[in-house]
Structure formats: structure tokens, C-alpha cells
Design a protein around this ligand. Structure first.
Ligand SMILES: [Cu+2]
Length: 470
């Protein structure tokens, strides 16, 4: 047990420190030992062994920060620092995060808990932490300059407040935010209800993750922090498909998924095979009369949406952002659409001049997934992933809800691919076909065919332009 007094002595020693490296072991001894994580795997739920009981969450490709009880106060220690995060197998990013990873660990507490969070800054610049969505004393809200002085490199600050209302919250810096959030600094905070709550159901599985985005050029490792809109890596908890773990549940489980958005755009999150209800926002649980069934819910910037459903259909169900550009990995946006353009003649002429010239996309982009083109080091293909029937052609914000009747309660391991019952998979038809119905007026075209001199002109000249303004 360490008293507050010895903590403040420790903090006094820390003020002498001038850099991250100078944080002495003696000073740190007064603080809860910072717990570090080096792997991007989904860690099993952290069942509380001190403090009041609750049903823990599972952070997708993440973990929950252990705490210590100090005279009735729950003490956590976050360390803001540069980290290396594997975004997907084959790609490591140089990010900023907390306790070895980006995003930082999930913090789980119980409604009414007094919480003390030590924040040590090992970044090369100042920082602070804002506790998004919490009711707390104004001086604990974490806006540098407004509510507190910024935490200089090498310093440790302490935040302390009572977790007043149950819900899903986020934490992130409120000092040089543009840089620090673009670099991956963020985390989730779950306040569990202290007793049975009329608007918060007990569930069998409770998943959570943050939506985040980076702009990292193929072959590079550090995000471009000035990017406003044109991000190229769309992540769940700083992972992208096929690096995002699957959500594995038992048939008949009541499942809750909490999704927070700290990107610069909205994400319509879509689940196949089931309907869900939005049961909570970062403002708290929604009223029962405000809930209706959905299969997609839009999570706007700076929002959290909590959805719940009964997993009563066995199978491997896609779960993804419905913006199709967000289920892709790094790509160039300035590529013209070539679908329907027959290049064969022109390719012959170009290859005389450029022997390895290759035309892409004349039959859609699926060819690109199959081509397995050589990539620069440290990136992942734009459309990838192998399923039991072939290429899944996805990337970014995509995962799979795996519902199995033989998944054991509390078992979060991947059960492998679903074995479909006989006769329940779409198949190729090789028999006789009836004539397909087709709208035949106007020659079957979408626009009336009309041209003043009777000729049809389909070629449009594509003029060279500058950056076309995303
Ligand atoms: Cu999206």
C-alpha cells in the first residue's frame, strides 16, 4: 500500500526530471507499476479480483489495464509514449499510444468508484488526457491550457474523480490533438453499473473497440499528421483486415458491441444475418421507447454507439463499415475507372515502349486481389483475405461475427470456418435457364438514345488535372 503522501513526494521528485529517460525508478516506485502490452492480440476479459465485481468487456485486439486498490481508490497508471503497432501482419506502424500499444488499454471501473489515474508523459512533447463523456470536476476534464497546465515530457500528472454514471466513454489527449490523435493516442473507458440497471441488460459477451484511421504511405511507417480527410488506413483499434480478430460467440448468446469513433469521418457499422438495437450512446443508455431494430448504425465523429442483439443464427457473418472505401487498405484515389474500357489494342502499342506495362481494373478491381502484385515493404494489399471459398477482397474496417452452437460459454477462441449444412450454400447452376426478365424500352439503356446527328459519341477526353480536392 502506498499513501497519497508518498505519491506526492514521488511527484516532487519527478518535477526534477527533464526527459523521459530521466524518470527515476525511485520516483516511479510511488506509482502503480505501469503495465505494458507488446502484442496486438485480443486479450481475454480481465476478471476483477479486487474492488466491486462486474462483467468485464473484451477489447478487440486490445486489453484492459490492471489497477491496484489504494485505500478504497482504484489506481491506474497510463504511460503516454511512442509505440510500434502491428496494423496487420506485414505492416508495423510507428505510432504514439499508451503502455506499449495504440490504442491504449481499456479502463474498466464500476459506477461510484473513486478513480485515480497517473499519467506519465514519455512523448517528445507535452500532452494531457480528456475523459470524453464523463461527469467530473472541471479541473479533471483534461483540456490543456483551459483546465490544467499541459503535462510536459518526463512529468507525471494525476487525475482523480468518481465514475458517476455507467456507460462507454473514450479518452484521448486534449493538447496538440491533431498530431496526437493522428498518431494513435486514444483508448476506451467502460463504467459498469453498480447494480441491476433498468436500461442496461446483462449480456453473455460484451465487445468494444474504437474506430481510428491513419494516413501512412505504402512503404512508410509513420502517419502523416496533416491529413484532414484523405486517410488511407481504416482501423478498428489500430488494426485492419485481415489483422482484426473475429468476434466469436455461442449460438443464443446475448451480445453487446460498443463502438467509439475517433476518426475524422462517420462510419455506418453494419452486421449481417441479425438485427440489433442501439442501447446506448456516450450520453448513457438509451430509453427503451427510443430503440428500434437496425442492421446498420452510423457512428459519427466523436460518438459512441452500443448495439445489442441475440446471436441466434449460426455462421460466419460479415461485420464491417458500410463505406466500401473503408473496407480497403492503402490505395491511390486518383485512378480512373476503367470498367468497360477495352484496352487490348492500346496495350499492344504501349508494351512496345514500356515492356512491363499493365492495365488494371478493366473488369472491376477484383483482378487486383488475385494478382498479388509486388508491394513495397511494410504495407498490406488493398483487397485481401482468404476465406473457405476464395479471396474475400476486403481490407480496413472488416471482421466476422462467428456464431457457433458448440462454442463454450466464456470461450473467445476462433472456431475456424463455418461448416455449412448440406444444401445451404449458393452454388453454380448448370441446368436450363429461363429467359431473364429485362426492362426493354429505349433499347435497354438507362437514358434515351438520342443524338442530333444520329451518331453516338461515347469517348470523353480525360484532361490532366491537379489534385482533385478530396
Ligand atoms: Cu467507415
Amino acid at each position: 500500500m502506498v499513501s497519497r503522501r508518498s505519491f506526492f513526494q514521488g511527484a516532487g521528485a519527478l518535477t526534477a526530471a527533464v526527459s523521459a529517460a530521466a524518470v527515476s525508478r525511485v520516483a516511479m516506485a510511488a506509482l502503480p507499476e505501469p503495465v505494458m502490452q507488446s502484442k496486438p492480440d485480443t486479450m481475454p476479459p480481465l476478471v476483477p479480483n479486487t474492488g466491486r465485481p462486474y462483467d468485464p468487456v473484451v477489447t478487440l485486439n486490445g486489453w484492459t489495464l490492471p489497477w491496484r486498490m489504494n485505500q478504497g481508490v482504484k489506481e491506474f497508471h497510463l504511460v503516454a509514449e511512442p509505440v510500434v503497432r502491428e496494423l496487420a501482419p506485414g505492416m508495423n506502424a510507428h505510432l504514439w499510444g499508451y503502455n506499449g500499444q495504440s490504442p491504449g488499454p481499456t479502463i474498466e471501473v464500476v459506477e461510484g468508484d473513486r478513480v485515480r489515474i497517473f499519467v506519465t508523459n514519455k512523448l517528445p512533447e507535452h500532452t494531457s488526457i480528456h475523459w470524453h463523456g464523463q461527469r467530473l470536476p472541471n479541473g479533471m476534464d483534461g483540456v490543456a491550457g483551459l483546465n490544467q497546465p499541459s503535462i510536459k515530457p518526463g512529468k507525471t500528472f494525476v487525475y482523480e474523480f468518481v465514475a458517476r454514471r455507467p456507460g462507454t466513454f473514450m479518452y484521448h489527449p486534449h493538447a496538440d490533438e491533431m498530431t496526437q490523435m493522428a498518431m494513435g493516442m486514444m483508448g476506451l473507458w467502460i463504467t459498469h453499473p453498480k447494480a441491476k440497471h433498468p436500461l442496461i441488460d446483462e449480456v453473455d459477451r460484451d465487445f468494444c473497440f474504437l474506430l481510428n484511421a491513419f494516413n501512412i504511405d505504402p512503404g512508410a511507417a509513420t502517419p502523416k499528421i496533416m491529413t484532414m480527410l484523405d486517410f488511407n488506413l481504416w482501423c478498428w483499434n489500430s488494426r485492419m483486415f485481415p489483422g482484426i480478430d473475429t468476434l466469436n460467440v455461442r449460438k443464443g448468446d446475448k451480445v453487446r458491441i460498443r463502438v467509439g469513433n475517433l476518426t475524422m469521418t462517420n462510419h455506418p457499422i453494419h452486421l449481417h444475418g441479425h438485427e440489433f438495437m442501439v442501447t446506448g450512446t456516450d450520453g448513457g443508455p438509451t430509453s427503451k421507447t427510443s430503440r428500434w431494430p437496425e442492421v446498420t448504425t452510423d457512428v459519427a465523429v466523436g460518438q459512441m454507439r452500443q448495439v445489442e442483439f441475440l446471436a441466434d443464427e449460426e455462421g460466419d457473418w460479415a461485420f464491417h463499415c458500410h463505406k466500401s472505401h473503408h473496407t480497403m487498405n492503402a490505395m491511390g484515389h486518383d485512378v480512373p475507372t476503367m470498367i468497360g474500357v477495352d484496352h487490348r489494342g492500346i496495350v499492344k502499342q504501349i508494351t512496345k515502349l514500356v515492356p512491363d506495362y499493365m492495365v488494371m481494373g478493366e473488369r472491376g478491381m477484383a483482378d487486383m486481389g488475385e494478382m498479388e502484385m509486388p508491394l513495397p515493404d511494410n504495407t498490406v494489399p488493398m483487397m485481401t483475405g482468404k476465406g473457405p471459398f476464395g479471396g474475400v477482397e476486403m481490407g480496413g474496417m472488416f471482421s466476422i461475427l462467428k456464431v457457433r452452437k458448440d462454442q463454450k460459454p466464456g470461450d473467445y477462441s476462433d472456431p475456424g470456418w463455418y461448416k455449412h449444412p448440406k444444401g445451404e450454400v449458393a452454388f453454380e447452376w448448370t441446368g436450363a435457364l429461363p429467359e431473364p426478365a429485362r426492362f426493354a424500352a429505349e433499347g435497354g439503356q438507362s437514358m434515351p438514345r438520342q443524338h442530333p446527328n444520329g451518331k453516338t459519341t461515347e469517348v470523353q477526353v480525360r484532361k490532366p488535372t491537379g489534385h482533385s480536392g478530396h
